[in-house]
Design a protein around this ligand. Structure first.
Ligand SMILES: NC(=O)c1ccc[n+]([C@@H]2O[C@H](COP(=O)([O-])OP(=O)(O)OC[C@H]3O[C@@H](n4cnc5c(N)ncnc54)[C@H](OP(=O)(O)O)[C@@H]3O)[C@@H](O)[C@H]2O)c1
Length: 348
């Protein structure tokens, strides 16, 4: 496939659950990609995508403070999927890192003449049942500083998104979009074996909740309705590089149109993969909610980015593909003589 007229795309968080999926889909679509990771993950990332000649890595130790002058050379677009980890610094530093970190990478991109910038936001920045461009969850910086890690995460994403929008207003010459997914689940990308050469629950991100369906005493579930398959999140980010309308929305909530109940998930696995039945979680421990989907208008996503309503992965596809991929990964670990056990503690 030709890479002509397609920009070199710089992806942050490229060794992450979502970032690796974005890298994979970009490469499959013929884009040249420079993926950013840190520490030992740089070599793992290189190995994961070694079959693609148009893939290269960049070591970025901290996205919030890095010097991007060399890393942005030749880059035409940035997809910023890395998130500063909550709990690694005191809350004030973490909050400031999310805001200043977003502004830092935007300023560096502007300096390098990059015109396209896609950021991963989060559905948690919208209040329940209000997904308009000016709807914001009413969390304050003070509550974030005093609250638990999840309150801090919500605030980090909210004030980070607001900083990006403010920058976008001041820089109309740049095309900036924030996609806001809810909980992301879905199969780990081909090649992820190299990013998790041994069992590492933290590397699975929120997908750990799906992996824990393979633990009979599991009672850990995500905290609120609204999911989107990681493959859909990735393709929507990529569609953001070539919007169909010039005046597209800048902050875009994205969600699966299908209800996603983990009781159904357990049933899908039990019916389609009977060999896994004795490993399955007890459906009576799945939380009961009034609804298992979010009422988000997806028409703007279709109009501006060409994502049709019928093209989203169903909940059944998400669950069975994810479980099949975990079984593949387990076989890979076992073939290396490693001990494999689904952890008991929640992924977050
Ligand atoms: N997963 C979800 O359900 C969900 C839902 C809504 C939004 N999101 C957003 O989606 C994005 C990706 O999330 P994910 O689930 O893919 O998480 P993930 O697997 O933890 O990926 C995040 C990546 O960002 C990197 N990173 C974090 N802080 C960094 C820093 N200061 N400097 C350099 N790299 C840094 C991490 O590197 P290390 O591996 O080296 O730590 C990791 O590879 C995030 O923006 C997140 O807020 C996720």
């Amino acid at each position: 496939m030709s890479t002509e007229s397609k920009p070199l795309v710089f992806v942050t968080g490229a060794a992450g659950f979502l970032g690796s999926q974005i890298v994979h889909q970009l490469l499959e679509a013929g884009y040249a990609v420079r993926g950013a990771a840190r520490g030992r993950k740089v070599a793992m990332l290189k190995k994961a995508f070694e079959k693609y000649p148009q893939f290269e890595t960049a070591e970025i130790t901290d996205i919030a403070t890095a010097d991007y002058s060399a890393a942005f050379e030749g880059v035409g677009a940035v997809i910023h999927a890395a998130a500063p980890l909550p709990g690694r610094a005191d809350s004030e530093t973490a909050l400031n890192g999310a805001i200043e970190g977003s502004l830092h990478i935007l300023r560096e991109a502007e300096k390098a003449g990059i015109k396209k910038f896609i950021a991963t936001g989060s559905m948690v920045t919208f209040p329940e049942n209000a997904y308009g461009p000016n709807d914001w969850v009413p969390v304050t910086k003070e509550q974030a500083v005093e609250g638990n890690a999840f309150v801090l995460y919500i605030a980090e994403k909210k004030f980070g998104e607001q900083a990006v929008l403010d920058f976008a207003d001041k820089h109309p010459e740049m095309d900036i979009t924030i996609f806001c997914p809810p909980w992301i689940f879905g199969p780990l990308v081909p090649g992820f074996e190299h990013i998790v050469p041994e069992p590492d629950f933290a590397a699975l991100s929120t997908d750990g909740f799906v992996y824990q369906l393979l633990r009979p005493d599991n009672a850990n579930y995500h905290y609120s309705p609204g999911v989107l398959d990681v493959r859909d999140v990735a393709r929507i980010h990529i569609a953001g590089l070539t919007p169909l309308t010039r005046d597209h929305p800048k902050r875009v909530p994205i969600v699966s149109p299908y209800p996603a109940d983990f009781r159904d998930a357990i049933k899908y696995i039990s019916d389609a993969r009977p060999e896994l039945r004795e490993r399955l979680a007890d459906p009576s421990k799945v939380p009961v909610w009034p609804s298992y989907k979010l009422d988000v208008d997806l028409a703007p996503v279709e109009k501006a980015f060409g994502i049709s309503l019928g093209s989203y992965k169903t909940w059944k596809e998400t669950i069975l593909d994810t479980i099949d991929r975990f079984i593949e990964l387990e076989s890979h670990w076992k073939s290396k003589g490693l001990k494999v056990e689904v952890p008991a503690a929640p992924p977050m």
